[in-house]
Design a protein around this ligand. Sequence first.
Ligand SMILES: Cc1ncc(C[n+]2csc(CCOP(=O)(O)OP(=O)(O)O)c2C)c(N)n1
Ligand SMILES: [Mg+2]
Length: 594
Amino acid sequence: MSTLVADAILERLRLWGVHRIYGYPGDGINALLGALDRAEGDPELIQVRHEEMAAFMACGHAKFSGEVGVCMATSGPGAIHLLNGLYDAKSDHQPVVAIVGQQAQTALGGSYQQEVDLVSLFKDVAHEYVEMAAHPAQIRHLIDRAVRIALAERTVTCVIVPNDLAGAKAVEAPPHEHGTVHSAVGYVRPTIVPNAAQLERAAEVLNAGERVAMLVGQGALGAADEVVETAERLGAGVAKALLGRAVLPDDLPYVTGSIGLLGTRPSYEMMAGCDTLLMIGSSFPYSEFLPEEGAARGVQIDLDARMIGIRYPMEVQLIGDARETLRALLPLLERKTDRAWQEKIAGQVEDWWELLERRAHENADPINPQRVFWELSSRLPDGCILTADSGSSANWFARDLRLRAGMSASLSGTLATMGPGVPYAIAAKFAHPDRPVIALVGDGAMQMNGLNELITVAKYRERWSDPRFVVLVLNNRDLNQVTWEQRALQGDPMYPVTQQIPDFPYAEFAELIGLKGIRVDDPEGIGAAWEQALAAGRPTVLEAVVDPDVPPLPPHISFEQAKHFAQAAVGDPRRTQIVRQSFRQMVDAVLPRR
Ligand SMILES: Cc1ncc(C[n+]2csc(CCOP(=O)(O)OP(=O)(O)O)c2C)c(N)n1
Ligand SMILES: [Mg+2]
């Protein structure tokens, strides 16, 4: 039975199916903390080390469960800390609700301690719905609307609760009178399918094409069978945007893998050579990796009208669910009798995997990072969930892992922020305690926040039925992704003052807090290290000492990039090493199989 507004908030969230809230205490949410105690674990608060991590976890929960993610923070500093994680969720279109405390209403406007104008602060990230509660009778509809709008718009919403209001007596239902709002829980996603005329126009374009390229993003998750059927019927190849990494398994011959700077050569070639582009549930931004305007006819499927027709001038724009729209489209598609285009793509894909294998086995000092991912690839446990951070690991995550059906994977696709690797993994583990989880993270991101969240792992690990939880740390003592961007995009040499980061004993730290720590600095030991990490019976940090001089080569090097690189190499303190490694990796791309 609810007594205070704070209890009513939790009860309403429970009715919405929210059983877990990621958050951190503070006196701005004192009443909510008391209510959490009275709620006896439903919903329960998962206590993190930093509010930004709570927001990442809420986003990770949404990504891996399909449900709304909820985070909670106190007024002022706690609220401010949430922001980057909330922007990550907003940018990747994930439903997240932030419940944020505020100083007492009696103090607001008084330049009071920890008083921040929270409505203005959240007005951008949660612009679809941000409200500060002012009366107990409002609570029911504020929560109902925040959750429903987050789910319906796949975005971030925010309810701000002054702490005196949270501690006031709850009003179970507003009185039946003028000026009250009477809301309900419940949201069922509608099935959205374009009309028949649009489907026919799309089919006409796709049937006329001779070289169809498909690009799938996270909107196509859950539509694997339909995507496969479409590709087979159209004789197409399928590239995957980063957030769509797990849409299709990588063992299908015509799946060209990732696209873009972190992508593969077959994806690049396919886009450059196609005459028709079918884009499904993706807002992949980089036009240089898509066909040139006018070179291909375009059909796009997206649920969100705001996101359609903004990456390529699409001739037919189908607004609808990927799966339902493809199901409606498939009967109109003719099976292409000429299979040469798809066979050519399959040949390129085969060559590409061989190239990756050779690149991964090039010597480096001490370990070639690609080798770490290559060795993991064949050892990926069934049903595993993968997270990656922003950094060089995103390259190898994008290219070197062969995902199979039943696996999930995500990273910060749009905001591309550092830091979500470990918190996403924690949220994945809470959402699916029976599935193995592997986070792929750089040493910079570990020092930024991952190390601290390992403490959260140590706190909760006993609760996870499957103990397999591995954090791979790429110890390269460098902010490597940016170091390479500086070289290739800017033409500037590596500047140790900005790029080098201190060494740290990641594996030892893990042991210190009761996790397993494995440090590997010998390429021949990587396979065994992965096996040990996955069989450790407790969460494990696998620290791989890797070479910062192995270039995360884009699939196609432009003349400009080569020129910049050459210019940067002249003054680079690691000139000999980077030139040697880059040469090896590039030579491997052009020389036939040895
Ligand atoms: C919050 C944030 N700060 C800075 C960046 C810019 N940035 C992108 S990748 C990167 C380097 C990451 O270094 P590390 O985690 O060590 O990974 P590495 O590339 O070395 O493998 C930086 C600084 C970012 N994306 N997000
Ligand atoms: Mg690094």
